[in-house]
Design a protein around this ligand. Sequence first.
Ligand code: FMN
Ligand code: SF4
Length: 484
Amino acid sequence: MSDYVKIGSLHSADDFIHVLRTLNLSIPCDREVLSGDSAPLAQPIQVDGLTVGNRFAVQPMEGWDGTLDGRPSELTFRRWKRFGSSGAKMIWGGEAVAVRHDGRANPNQLLLNESTRDDLARLREALVEEHRKACGTTDGLVIGLQLTHSGRYSRPDGKPEPRILYHHPILDRRLNLPDDYPVLTDGEVREIIETFIRSAKLAWQIGFDFVDIKHCHGYLGHEFLSAHTREGDYGGSFDNRTRFLREVVQGIRAEVPDLRIGVRLSAFDMIPFRPDPATSQPGKPGIGVPEPFEHLLPYRWGFGVNPNNPLEPDLTETVAFLRLLEELGIHLVNLSAGSPYYNPHIQRPALYPPSDGYQPPEDPLVGVARQMQAVRTLKAQFPHLVIVGTAYTYLQEFIPHVAQAAVREGWTDLVGLGRMMLAYPELPRDVLEGRPLQTKRLCRTFSDCTTAPRNGLPSGCYPLDEFYKRSPQAQQLKVLKRAR
Ligand SMILES: Cc1cc2nc3c(=O)[nH]c(=O)nc-3n(C[C@H](O)[C@H](O)[C@H](O)COP(=O)(O)O)c2cc1C
Ligand code: SF4
């Protein structure tokens, strides 16, 4: 285990601020957290004619637990109900829902089509009902649905069946793709666009307030943005690389003009990382190091990354993308970063790596600060977008302090919580109602919710959520981890 400061060992916001200073990190942090109607985190915010009742957002969190034909299972219902009871007024996406079978990231990913429509309607209703029970009202509750095609990371029937837009010198190798592996044709892209439009229409019919056209984490929407080397209508120029988004939006507007649209974006990326063989031991991956890239400069396979030094974010095209969103009348934006497949420390800062990861190459607080800074920079340039910031879970005890300061100082509009919503979904309600945090339930970033699905088990908080802790899958997970 690394020597990084354990957040749970800190006694006060002063201690935390001291750690931030020692690390020379700019993360805002209030010493006192306010509750009640006038608290910064309790303030409503307007977007596209909707009122979001407070500043907490539940991030999309997939569970790998739908049925083989793409319907929610009891586990899925349980997770969504817990999202509803969290007290957060923005439910951003629920989880990634595939628009068609070949774009599923796993055989248990939800699908939205005519035959699963009513099941997804019930899932939304269950969340709303649970929110009503927990909060007394559903006023200000806004629920979107995240629509996705998994592209390079498609595994619709369990084994990898990548649907790629271009050949990537590092990621192709990782997926064992030969040089002549087919790329999606422009015609196939147009068919996928049609399924996004069809699914969006269904989402509208069953009452979702908006759809998120997912553009993050290495999946298809995100891969378009880095398709510099692709030929044809959907690659090369910025205009071509964003054509997918524009055509999806155009189609949705033609079919369901009143449906609001949001985009979750990996605002910046970085070169893929891998465990350093020199520090790896049996059962323990080494510290993360970047894949060799010197022979790949200028780096032409990323978005939001400096082509001359792909270890550095470059927000130039991200700014152009957000400008395009404004032009398209899209005001709901959720900013994430990187990918869980090739640089998880960028995407979800954690002290303990998932089974296919590596030991953190930096204090995870650095990863939190990197995402917060990017959001701050972009929010300053786009005051009219309503932005959800990501990567707050690692802050643990100090989520309320940092969240309040970030909202108060205008770094972000909403504070998104991912893993914490699996471990301790009532955190937003406890904060808003002025109760102390239940520290035993805080996510300590053990990464079992990622390790489990990487090994074919449903996701869930195995260390802290009694339901998963006592499940037979918890035993399986233990055996798997020991065997490794
Ligand atoms: C188990 C698991 C499932 C996730 N599923 C999704 C998903 O379906 N869609 C998505 O955009 N992000 C997904 N994410 C990423 C989270 O939404 C979030 O960006 C990430 O966990 C960082 O936020 P956090 O620090 O609050 O956890 C997932 C993350 C985890 C750990
Ligand atoms: S398994 Fe639980 S404690 Fe571990 S990262 Fe996931 S939510 Fe957090």
